[in-house]
Design a protein around this ligand. Structure first.
Ligand code: SF4
Length: 302
């Protein structure tokens, strides 16, 4: 099977703009969809309109998902008053979530959650008996909230009231420790689509008087696991800027049919970070396309 940028759309998507507009009203738009479009409109069209996905997900992806699932399982127990949920059977947690995890991924996730538990004294990440802390939501879907032309949604790993202030938790696993310039790094996080969305939607859903702080709860997958927490406080000015930016992106998205999705070549293989997941699709041979990608069954393009 041969592919070209035009064949991509023949692979499943309809390039008729009316079809594209219909798609927009049926699907919800989260931070990852917005940022994919901003990174490269072609990547957005490949993933969301044509339903192309990679066959070989990197192993670190599985570890992060499983750690995330284990923490959510324990935190959900704390929210329901079950303070000692046994998370050690990660294979069951993975099974419940339909995550097919090889043994080495489970072993690495086990190592990290165990170290997290030892570091914070409990696998939920705080002292569940501290009566100044109240869990308001775990894996909470937020929205949709109409931003410009599109309904924006987000999902909060945890929403926790701590000494009277609402915080939204975002747990991340990463390979390296956070940069030494923490202030600068935290300032950069305020402009992230994801953090602006979490703060804005939580403010709206809970009817808060001021934006909640976002706590980036980081697990560092070094040989000796490391842990770090950064508090990112957004104010009303940040949220106003975030909304304005998303409105602009939403209009651009709304008016760009996949057939016009322009490649942003500069993001194919950035100097820092991983290459684009569609690197082989755009730059590989026919054989590499066949080997690395498939068309998602439940694709929007059906
Ligand atoms: S490889 Fe480059 S052009 Fe292709 S989707 Fe990714 S960023 Fe866009």
């Amino acid at each position: 099977m041969t592919h070209s940028p035009i064949d991509v759309h023949a692979a499943g998507a309809n390039s008729d703009p009316r079809y594209w507009l219909q798609l927009d009203t049926q699907t919800q738009w989260g931070a990852s969809r917005y940022t994919t479009f901003q990174r490269c409109p072609r990547a957005h069209a490949l993933r969301y309109a044509d339903g192309i996905e990679t066959v070989d997900r990197p192993e670190h992806f599985g570890v992060g998902s499983l750690v995330h699932a284990a923490l959510a399982f324990v935190r959900d127990g704390v929210m329901r008053g079950e303070l000692e949920r046994d998370w050690h059977a990660l294979i069951d947690i993975a099974g419940d979530l339909d995550l097919d995890m090889p043994p080495e991924v489970q072993a690495e996730a086990y190592r990290l959650v165990r170290a997290y538990e030892a570091h914070y004294g409990h696998a939920c990440g705080w002292d569940p008996k501290d009566d100044r802390i109240r869990v308001l939501g775990i894996e909470t879907p937020l929205g949709p909230m109409q931003i410009g032309e599109l309904p924006f949604t987000a999902r909060a790993d945890a929403i926790v009231e701590m000494a009277g202030s609402v915080t939204v938790w975002d747990t991340k696993t990463r390979g390296r420790k956070l940069p030494n310039a923490r202030e600068e790094y935290a300032r950069g996080l305020r402009t992230r689509v994801q953090y602006g969305g979490l703060a804005c939607l939580t403010l709206y859903v809970l009817g808060l008087e001021q934006p909640p702080a976002i706590i980036q709860d980081t697990i560092i997958k070094t040989k000796l696991a490391g842990f770090d927490r950064l508090t990112v406080q957004l104010n009303e000015g940040h949220l106003a800027a975030w909304i304005k930016q998303q409105v602009c992106v939403s209009y651009e998205l709304y008016s760009t049919p996949p057939s016009l999705a322009t490649p942003r070549w500069i993001n194919c293989a950035p100097e820092i970070g991983n290459p684009c997941e569609f690197f082989y699709w755009c730059h590989g041979s026919d054989e590499e396309r066949e080997r690395h990608y498939r068309i998602r069954k439940e694709s929007n393009s059906q």
